[in-house]
Design a protein around this ligand. Structure first.
Ligand SMILES: Cc1cc2nc3c(=O)[nH]c(=O)nc-3n(C[C@H](O)[C@H](O)[C@H](O)COP(=O)(O)OP(=O)(O)OC[C@H]3O[C@@H](n4cnc5c(N)ncnc54)[C@H](O)[C@@H]3O)c2cc1C
Length: 456
């Protein structure tokens, strides 16, 4: 067993790993240093929202932190309100309460069991992995641990190409929607707000700002101008176990073939959602079969369609989007942002239309970039990841999907895996593809806790 372990990150992934480690009966006390990165632990970005409009996009019954206690979150929610059902989409704020309660309980248990857990509210500045341990550096402090785990979530968003310095400095171009939402005031009066990107981040922004600014209208631009698909009110069960489809996909790991197979499976199903959801447990092993050129093809041609059907919104959120459109307050457009610059007291946008139809221009009081999670280690400004990449301690995924790692989450440098340096969650997208939501993260946390406690 590794006696000294460091967890770097203060969100749900770090919390799940911490709780997994501290839940076990251990033969010896554990020294655990938990670097939470400062404010917001253990809620992180997703569950730090205080808005009840922001709902989980996964049903309550599937949101436990613990793989071995799959109804943990549902039980917690039902203790507060017995009418809650496992199929409900509950507020993310409530999930943050659950994380806080579980982490507090684990820390209490750890104290009683004699473990030495230090909760360090700092960002780690640098890490030096070696074959027999990892040195963790923050400020003037150095700590040597037997093993370290990166649980830092996604990387800070970067402004899109074509956005001028003046636009960024104006404060009217928002790159980071979450901190913007947290500080948005009702006495600001933007009339026209443009959102760039139309996934679940845009939906969150629309829910919040349409209520805060009742006179504002919203233009949302994306490549296909489509919102995410909605969940059904009740979960639907697949008509078979999907094994035939998975087998056929394994036999021919080409994106074109997979799209054809999926179309055929959807045609034969009662509800396409069962086909999409049936792939989820198999996604990492299917992804592993794809050569880099096919992964790249997927990212160029099929990713947008996959994200729309895979990351769905609750039906009540869909109804809110529909109401905004019906009221003429939300317009969706197809196009790609080409340039943004300051024009008087507004921002001026050039949008490239599809099918070579030229450039459309538009003015806005505010532009918010809602393009989803950033995982591109090659271009990040995240200080710790830059330090690790610059020193060759981590290798960026060639397609911008986190760091190169083994399927167990061991971080690679060159062709080799560091024996005691791991990642969990979004940084593993390049290895597993499906690695950002709690159902996957909690399983990773469980497996990783097993490994750390065996000293593997
Ligand atoms: C808006 C939104 C909604 C979502 N909704 C759902 C949902 O309904 N269901 C679901 O399953 N998933 C959802 N997700 C996916 C989400 O990514 C995971 O559920 C989970 O929150 C990921 O947690 P994390 O700990 O990996 O990342 P984060 O929550 O981003 O936490 C990362 C932490 O690392 C810290 N950190 C960064 N750098 C350092 C450093 N150098 N030193 C120390 N700490 C550092 C940060 O401060 C932060 O605390 C959602 C994601 C978003 C963004």
């Amino acid at each position: 067993m590794y006696r000294r372990v460091a967890i770097i990150g203060g969100g749900a992934a770090a919390s799940a790993l911490l709780s997994e480690l501290l839940e076990r009966q251990l033969p010896q006390p554990l020294h655990l240093d938990w670097y939470t990165g400062g404010v917001g632990a253990p809620r992180g970005v997703a569950y730090g929202t205080r808005s009840d409009k922001h709902l989980l996009n996964v049903r309550a019954a599937s949101m436990s932190m613990f793989a071995a206690k799959p109804h943990g979150f549902l039980d917690f929610a039902q203790r507060g309100d017995g009418s809650i059902a496992g199929t409900d989409f509950l507020p993310r704020r409530l999930y943050g309460d659950y994380l806080e309660a579980e982490v507090a309980r684990s820390l209490e248990r750890a104290r009683a069991a004699g473990h030495d857990v230090r909760v360090l509210p700092f960002a780690v500045d640098a890490l030096v992995p070696e074959n027999d341990g990892v040195t963790v550096i923050h400020g003037e402090e150095n700590a040597r641990v037997d093993a370290a785990v990166l649980a830092i979530g996604s990387l800070p968003p970067q402004p899109l190409g074509g956005v001028s310095e003046a636009a960024l400095e104006s404060g009217q171009y928002v790159t980071e929607p979450w901190s913007f939402l947290a500080g948005a005031q009702s006495d600001a009066h933007p009339r026209k707000v443009v959102l760039v990107g139309l996934g679940l981040t845009a939906v969150d922004v629309l829910l919040e700002l349409s209520a805060l600014w009742p006179n504002a209208t919203f233009e949302a631009i994306s490549r296909h101008g489509l919102l995410p698909e909605p969940h059904l009110k009740h979960a639907s069960a697949p008509s078979d176990d999907g094994s035939e489809l998975i087998e056929s996909m394994r036999e021919a790991p080409y994106i074109r073939t997979w799209i054809r197979l999926l179309r055929e499976a959807v045609e034969q199903s009662d509800d396409w959602r069962t086909v999409v959801d049936g792939l989820r447990p198999h996604t990492p092993s299917l992804w592993a079969l794809l050569p880099e050129a096919e992964r790249s093809r997927f990212l160029r041609h099929a990713r947008w369609a996959w994200e729309r059907v895979r990351h769905r919104m609750p039906p009540q959120v869909m109804a809110s989007m529909q109401a905004l459109e019906d009221a003429g307050r939300l317009h969706r457009r197809r196009g790609r942002l080409q340039a943004v610059d300051v024009a008087g007291d507004k921002l001026h946008l050039d949008i490239r239309l599809p099918h070579g139809k030229g450039i459309e221009t538009m003015d806005a009081d505010l532009v918010i970039q809602t393009v989803g999670l950033n995982t591109d280690v090659r271009r990040t400004q995240h200080p710790l990841i830059r330090q690790l990449a610059t020193n060759g301690h981590v290798a960026p995924d060639p397609l911008g999907l986190g760091v190169v790692a083994s399927t167990e989450g061991r971080i690679m440098h060159g062709q080799q895996a560091w024996p005691r340096f791991y990642a969990i969650g979004t940084l593993l997208r390049g290895t597993l593809w499906e690695s950002t939501a709690m159902p996957e993260i909690r399983q990773q946390a469980r497996n990783l806790a097993d490994r750390l406690l065996k000293g593997e």
